[in-house]
Design a protein around this ligand. Structure first.
Ligand SMILES: N[C@@H](CCC(=O)N[C@@H](CS)C(=O)NCC(=O)O)C(=O)O
Length: 233
């Protein structure tokens, strides 16, 4: 039975820009599972009320509801152990869990500062007020102030990526010779930016750029073929 997934969309229903939803979609593809994605807007809380909370991704797999991208990754490995693992062992899973929090602070932070106005500009009209109010409350300042220095945001991002860059000089994926969930965690952040903003985050001579190219090609070009801005050559 096809898995259903509620997936954050901009005004254009096929512009899917959530970093957390991208993790889940890449994980589902990694497992070779069929998924039907349902475009969802920030203010459509009632649509996912059955999950008992208000964030996406949410999946329904044969009547079983799972929300939160990390929980979805764990669920998929438990439910489908015969398919390619997202975590090679408990130790790899624990390390990926720590990596997730690093990505959400060191990587999501500067990307958000770089693309927040593009996000706002791309949203369905009914979402714009909610997005502005919730993000301004969280940051304690107007969106325009958060976005005041995109050059600095890009420089901060490139600096933050130093440890991952060093690893990617030696190995093709964060997880080694083949991609796994930690790669999808980091990649979700890049696909978030690429889906919503023309801001150039990486230079082509950056090993992280080459990694992103490999990630874009995975699973039949799932991410590359999604609606997005071009990756600069
Ligand atoms: N920890 C959650 C975070 C999910 C999350 O923050 N989702 C965002 C989209 S990227 C959302 O649904 N936001 C709705 C809102 O802000 O009201 C996960 O990893 O899935």
């Amino acid at each position: 039975m096809t898995i259903r997934m509620w997936d954050l969309a901009a005004a254009e229903p096929d512009r899917r820009f959530s970093p957390h939803c991208w993790r889940a979609k890449m994980a589902l593809a990694h497992k070779g599972l069929e998924v039907e994605t349902i475009p969802w807007r920030f203010t459509e809380k009632e649509t996912i009320a059955f999950s008992g909370q208000g964030l996406v991704p949410v999946i329904l797999d044969d009547g079983k509801e799972v929300h939160d991208s990390w929980a979805i990754g764990c669920y998929l490995d438990e439910r489908y152990p015969e398919r390619a693992p997202l975590f090679a062992c408990e130790q790899a899973k624990a390390l990926a869990y720590a990596f997730k929090f690093w990505v959400e602070t060191a990587v999501h932070g500067p990307i958000f500062r770089g693309v927040v106005l593009d996000i706002h500009g791309s949203l369905d009209e009914k979402d714009k007020g909610y997005f502005r109010a919730s993000r301004e409350k969280r940051a304690g300042k107007p969106l325009e102030e958060i976005a005041a220095n995109p050059k600095q945001a890009v420089a901060d991002l490139r600096g933050a990526l130093t440890p991952v860059r060093s690893a990617l000089v030696q190995q093709p994926y964060v997880c080694g010779s083949a991609p796994a969930f930690a790669d999808y965690i980091l990649f979700g952040a890049f696909q978030w930016a690429r889906a919503i903003s023309p801001l150039r985050l990486l230079e082509p001579d950056d090993p992280v750029y080459a990694w992103r190219e490999r990630m874009l090609d995975l699973h039949g070009g799932l991410a590359r073929n999604a609606k997005a801005y071009p990756v600069w050559a």
